[in-house]
Design a protein around this ligand. Structure first.
Ligand code: AMP
Ligand code: MG
Length: 276
């Protein structure tokens, strides 16, 4: 069974804490590392083909959307994608609290601007979904407005898909207990103090509301053209395994081809090179 079949969100399924340390599709850490290693070469080959296509007229591109609570491993997941994709074809964008300029525009404005060039892969560390997550939990805009965003997101994503953008939407599903351990570990490690944000504890206090908001986003924005995948994220090795497989399967399905170059006079160029 593919990782996409294993992890695809099925509407109507409650996203409970029970599954956060599951590891469907692979038995243990060692096997997971070997699997991921075996995906590096084939993924890079597929991505290079996609990149080449993009340089020769294809509009196709891939956007990986990473969402999850603080410490769920969005940074770690983008690093593991970085192993599978050459840096020249990869663009990682983190979306934090909107700036004044961003706030003056529609919520999709800053997302549009971060879309990758044709042939490229983008990773979004947070995304337009924050506008129905943190914004919903804290009523940062009136309810009517955030309510209307689910449909707007679906329409926007459908348009992107129709124009050749493949969206891979990943919810890194972390448990409340594992988040405590990770936040504590941050406090104990000077190399992680730069990530410490006292506000994370406030957000943790809204855990149940976030869970509801995630459930709503998954329910309302899992579409055929842009489904959500739920990745159990309590085990870092499983998270990396899942993200690598989801990306590799996505690239394989696109099946990018080396562009044909009928415009080139190969024989003439060969002769010119040999003569000179
Ligand atoms: P971090 O990912 O740790 O750098 O934190 C980024 C913070 O920005 C998180 O607390 C997000 O909830 C917040 N954030 C991201 N997008 C938005 C948004 N559209 N509105 C308000 N806060 C946001
Ligand atoms: Mg943070």
């Amino acid at each position: 069974m593919s990782a996409r079949d294993l992890l695809r969100f099925v509407p109507g399924t409650p996203v409970t804490e029970a599954g956060c340390d599951a590891h469907p599709g692979v038995s243990d850490k060692r096997a997971a590392a070997a699997d991921v290693e075996a995906l590096v070469e084939p993924s890079r080959d597929l991505q290079e083909r996609l990149f080449a296509e993009g340089k020769h007229g294809s509009p196709r591109r891939v956007v990986v959307v990473l969402q999850g609570m603080d410490t769920s491993g969005k940074g770690g997941a983008s690093e593991s994608i970085g192993r599978l994709v050459a840096p020249a074809g990869l663009r990682v964008t983190s979306f934090g609290k909107p700036t004044d300029e961003e706030r003056a525009h529609d919520f999709l404005w800053r997302i549009e601007r971060a879309l990758p060039a044709p042939g490229n892969v983008a990773v979004f560390d947070r995304s337009h979904y924050e506008d129905v997550l943190v914004v919903r939990v804290h009523d940062l805009v009136p309810r009517d407005e955030w309510e209307s965003r689910y449909d707007r997101i679906n329409a926007w994503e459908a348009e992107l898909a129709a124009q050749g953008t493949t969206l891979l939407k990943v919810f890194l599903h972390l448990s409340y207990d594992e988040q405590r351990e990770r936040l504590l570990a941050r406090l104990d490690d000077p190399a992680k103090h730069w990530k410490v944000n006292p506000a994370d504890l406030t957000e943790r206090g809204h855990w149940a509301e976030y869970r509801e908001a995630y459930q709503a986003a998954l329910e309302r924005c899992s579409t055929d053209v842009a489904p959500w995948y739920v990745v159990p994220a309590d085990r870092k090795w499983y998270r990396d395994w899942a993200v690598a497989h989801l990306l590799h399967e996505t690239l394989s399905e696109l099946d990018p081809q080396w562009p044909a170059r009928p415009d080139l006079d190969l024989a003439g160029m060969r002769d010119a090179l040999r003569e000179g």
